[in-house]
Write a protein that binds this ligand. Structure first.
Ligand SMILES: [Zn+2]
Length: 199
């Protein structure tokens, strides 16, 4: 079984793959947390404690003189890591990241499944799919706004549309020699998220 570890950024977006040594060191230094299949996260001491209770672990354990620790499948970084500068593509993923998974109308933070993209000037009224006209919105705000302009629906944008200035997260490119783990699947299903939205 492979001991490669999938690395996510703090929004649980897969950014690269590392080896177990690096993963455990990131965990130990509290730069990363272990992520399980239910999206629970564990710091080093929690994970070490849990490792004592696990009997079977596909990726195996690392034994030290005083404790054993399971090799995680997936870790999430606690801060953004630096990624190469690139023109930030107008993708669903980047739009969600840009607004920090907030609804731009009510300002609350949501899970990805409870957010969608919202044209400020509706497409039916000539609104373009651009950074300046598309924001993230929760479903209730989206329904409330419908095909209106914000003021027509009695709504106000709490977060104004803008172009991102941060360096966009790269898509994960899986090297072909890496053995794909089933537990990674939910984190690297990028087709929907990373395809460019037509302007
Ligand atoms: Zn909302």
């Amino acid at each position: 079984m492979s001991t490669d570890v999938l690395v996510l950024n703090r929004n649980f977006y897969a950014i690269h793959i590392t080896n177990w040594r690096r993963a455990l060191s990131l965990l130990y230094l509290d730069h990363a947390r272990v992520v399980d299949e239910e999206y629970h996260t564990y710091n080093f001491s929690d994970w070490r404690e849990l490792s004592n209770l696990i009997k079977d672990h596909p990726a195996g354990f690392v034994h030290t003189p005083t404790f054993k620790i399971a090799i995680p499948d997936v870790i999430a970084l606690r801060a953004y890591d630096q990624v190469p500068a690139a023109e930030i593509k107008f993708t669903r993923r980047n739009i969600y990241e840009h607004y920090g998974y907030h609804c731009c109308y009510c300002g609350k933070k949501f899970q990805t499944k409870d957010l969608n993209l919202e044209h400020i000037v509706p497409s039916s009224r000539g609104g373009q799919s651009t950074w300046n006209n598309v924001v993230t919105s929760c479903i209730p705000c989206n329904i409330k706004k419908g095909d209106c302009l914000p003021h027509e629906a009695g709504m106000k944008l709490l977060i104004e549309p803008s172009r991102p200035r941060w360096k966009g997260a790269q898509s994960l490119v899986l090297p072909t020699f890496i053995k794909f783990k089933a537990s990674w699947q939910k984190f690297i299903d990028n087709v929907y998220w990373d395809s460019e939205i037509e302007e």
